[in-house]
Design a binder for this molecule. Structure first.
Ligand code: AMP
Length: 208
């Protein structure tokens, strides 16, 4: 059983790598960003509360995301392990998580800021299924390969918001790198390669 955390700046490939690893290990990928975007699309109370934070690139209040994760980890599909993608993002979230979950490994995906900005500003997502693409790799024009839906840019992927998200990451999330290092749980993976190359390194980090 493996309970895995993905850390790293926005755009380092957490979502993509977590999705591949989830498939490989047969455990669920729990993305707080994805859960929040779904709640926003559906207009739930949580979605309405989260909207202004998500759209400006700020963090949603800790208690909102902690409640989401605590509830999600009680689902039966988490019994044999899970992967947290985008959570925790503050030391407070990590401390709270430690009260209801035992983490086995924290994988830090590393990537330079200029590559992050290039990747995120070219990112497109399917508004229906959440699949992500980069404009330089589109095969069918700007439509989703899964459901034919027209792809859109995430409102928080504009350059100004990306810069804000990077600042937020440095200030509030980067301290988690030493947090997990001190606990002997950190494995760093450089993500400048292709998706496949990076995934091979992620697998090595999980198994090693
Ligand atoms: P992501 O898809 O992981 O890039 O998350 C998109 C946005 O959702 C972030 O910029 C935050 O506004 C919000 N969000 C996702 N996860 C968290 C978290 N653990 N704590 C606070 N806000 C979060």
């Amino acid at each position: 059983m493996s309970n895995i955390i993905f850390l790293g700046p926005p755009g380092a490939g957490k979502g993509t790598q977590a999705q591949l690893l989830a498939k490989e290990l047969g455990i669920p990928q729990i993305s707080t960003g994805e859960i929040l975007r779904k709640a926003m699309r559906e207009g739930t109370k949580t979605g309405l509360e989260a909207k202004r934070y998500v759209e400006s690139g700020a963090l949603v209040p800790d208690d909102v995301v902690i409640a989401i994760v605590r509830e999600r980890l009680q689902e039966p599909d988490c019994a044999n392990g899970y992967m947290l993608d985008g959570f925790p993002r503050t030391v407070y979230q990590a401390d709270e998580l430690a009260k209801f979950a035992k983490i086995d490994v924290a994988i830090e995906l590393q990537l330079a800021d200029d590559i992050i900005i290039e990747r995120l500003s070219g990112r497109r997502i399917c508004p229906k299924c959440g699949a992500t693409y980069h404009i330089s790799h589109l095969k069918n024009g700007e439509v989703c390969e899964n459901d034919g839906e027209k792809l859109v840019q995430r409102p928080d992927d504009s350059e100004a918001t990306i810069r804000n998200r990077l600042r937020v990451y440095q200030d509030q999330t980067a301290p988690l790198i030493s947090y997990y290092k001190e606990r002997g749980l950190l494995k760093a993976v450089n993500c400048e390669g292709t998706v496949e190359q990076n995934f091979a390194k992620v697998l090595e980090a999980v198994n090693g």
